[in-house]
Design a protein around this ligand. Structure first.
Ligand SMILES: Cc1cc2nc3c(=O)[nH]c(=O)nc-3n(C[C@H](O)[C@H](O)[C@H](O)COP(=O)(O)OP(=O)(O)OC[C@H]3O[C@@H](n4cnc5c(N)ncnc54)[C@H](O)[C@@H]3O)c2cc1C
Length: 507
């Protein structure tokens, strides 16, 4: 019998299992898909390989790096990208490049908005305060409930000011120029909380994370599973693929194991769900447990938007054609809230993200054809795709296939107009929709980062690594915060709830 069962092999589940393995625990990881890695998986077509859920990572700092080395036995290397890591584009050809470190970004912003120098300073001060509040909020998510309550009380003023208010509320208080507000909120899709909906603490944490330095895993996102699975196995654990957990098994009021869709039962004293908090409550909890206040609270939480992905294979000299390791955020208006593509048949996406992963990966071998990749993302509504949700890949109805092809063509056409020098280099393209996300990761309603990082989510006492149901823990992005680092920390913190010596690794 295993010491613990982890549901889901995304970075949240793998980090949890690897941390437990490092403490000598035998862990069984159950993954519904045929590949491990969740959103850190990659896929390959005709020799081109793309990530599905990682474009860049923020700086982990020395402690974070030491933690990653510990978890992976030094098997994961993060290569820094260029200092200019994100370029934001707005109407009338406005462009601004975010550079690290924060002081350089602050200076660049002041040069661009000389009349707002004082407000820019105030914004960076707010980033510091809100970033610290976010860290306290994340810690509270991992602590036993009475101690978490104490942290919330101790930090109540900071939480009220930074966690409980949206990015838009804080920006309107500090910054008077709407264009500067747009530039400062442009990276919100990094966490999925639009300025109107997302907690400023989350926005601040993510902005600071990237301003400290952007990087990319050498070998692409798949290195996370490649490095962590052997660590789990060396401690006697196992990662089983094509093993969909259907339900949690309860005995005498505590979780005692899981039942798989094929009828197999696995038992362990602790079950960590890294399959998403909403999935856990909605699909895995026995019906009577779903009425518990913490479960109902989780079910009431907002989801992040959905996305369509366009994966491009290119051949030629990308750098000569203007591509760099910087990502591009392209907005059709100065309203960064209005990023959802509602009428793809007739209009360009109001928000588009473009990244060139192969340029960021020092291990990428372009070969004589100079093969490279680009990843393009636009945000869409679930409602458009909901009518096709019962279909499965290979058996989707023709109207879905037509719609998907149209989305791909429109997105490619817009990409080519935004990057005309790259247009002749495109050789291959592949499209994903929210239904693709649901199929490969079972994320609820195709939500890009599962739960939305709203003030309500972060102020809720229901969501953390520990649940009121004995024997059940949560890991991954929902337990902590969106993003690979947030999900990994969600995994490590969940492991800490089972093996407190893990916390010593956090310094
Ligand atoms: C398009 C896109 C771009 C992104 N870009 C970045 C980026 O540049 N930088 C960054 O830091 N983050 C990025 N992210 C976010 C990041 O990928 C996620 O926050 C993180 O990987 C989530 O990890 P997780 O382990 O919580 O969840 P997941 O990776 O979703 O893992 C959950 C796993 O659980 C499995 N599962 C679900 N239900 C069951 C079940 N019943 N039984 C068994 N298994 C189950 C799923 O198959 C999946 O493997 C991006 C995400 C997307 C979608």
């Amino acid at each position: 019998m295993s010491d613990a069962i982890v549901i889901g092999s995304g970075i949240g589940g793998l980090a949890c299992a690897a941390a437990l393995a490092k403490c000598g625990r035998k862990v069984l990881v159950l993954e519904q898909h045929f590949l491990a890695g969740g959103l850190t998986q990659t896929f390959t077509r005709e020799g081109y390989t793309w990530d599905v859920g990682l474009h860049y990572l923020g700086d982990l700092g020395p402690q974070g790096k030491a933690l990653l080395d510990w978890l992976s036995d030094g098997g994961i290397e993060i290569a820094p990208t260029d200092a200019a890591f994100d370029t934001v584009h707005f109407p009338e050809g406005f462009e601004f490049s975010y550079v690290s470190p924060p002081a350089a970004a602050r200076d660049a912003l002041k040069k661009r908005f000389p009349g707002s120098a004082g407000e820019i300073d105030a914004f960076f001060t707010a980033l510091e305060h809100a970033g610290r509040a976010a860290m306290a909020m994340f810690q509270a998510r991992a602590l036993p409930r009475p101690i978490a309550a104490l942290v919330r009380w101790w930090k109540r003023d900071a939480f009220k000011r930074w966690v409980a208010r949206t990015t838009e509320e804080v920006l309107r208080e500090i910054v008077s120029d709407p264009r500067l507000r747009a530039v400062l909120s442009a990276q919100w899709p990094d966490h999925g909380g639009s300025p109107k909906r997302g907690s400023f603490a989350m926005h601040a944490a993510v902005m600071r994370h990237f301003l400290a330095g952007s990087g990319y895993p050498v070998g692409g996102a798949a290195v996370f599973a490649k490095a962590l699975v052997p660590v789990i196995e060396r401690a006697g654990g196992k990662v089983v693929l094509k093993a969909r957990v259907e339900r949690l098994l309860l005995e005498r009021g505590r979780v005692a194991g899981v039942l798989l869709a094929d009828g197999t039962e696995h038992r362990a004293a602790a079950v960590v769900s890294a399959a998403g908090a909403r999935n856990t409550v909605e699909q895995l909890l026995p019906t009577e447990q779903r009425a518990a206040p913490w479960a109902r609270d989780i079910l009431s939480m907002e989801l992040t938007p959905c996305h369509v992905g366009l994966y491009l294979g290119l051949a030629g000299d990308l750098r000569a054609a203007g591509a760099t390791t910087a990502n591009h955020w392209i907005y059709g208006s100065w309203d960064t809230n209005a990023a959802t593509w509602r009428d793809p048949g007739r209009s360009d996406p109001p928000g588009m993200f473009v990244s060139f992963p192969s340029l960021k990966d020092p291990s990428h071998v372009p070969g004589p054809e100079q093969r490279h990749t680009a990843e393009v993302v636009a945000w869409v509504d679930w409602e458009t795709f909901a009518p096709w949700q019962e279909s499965s890949p290979g058996h989707r109805p023709p109207d879905y296939e037509r719609y998907k092809a149209m989305l791909g063509e429109r997105l490619l056409d817009y990409f080519k107009r935004c990057f005309p020098r790259l247009a002749p280099l495109v050789r291959l393209c592949e499209v994903s929709t929210p239904l693709t996300m649901v199929h490969y990761t079972r994320t609820p309603l195709g939500a890009v980062y599962s739960l939305a990082p709203t003030p309500a989510r972060f102020l809720s006492k229901s969501l953390g690594t520990r649940t009121p149901l004995k024997g059940l823990y949560l890991a991954g992005q929902d337990a902590m915060s969106p993003g690979v680092t947030g999900a990994m920390m969600g995994g490590v913190m969940a492991a800490g709830a089972l093996a407190p010596q893990v916390f010593r690794r956090l310094g």
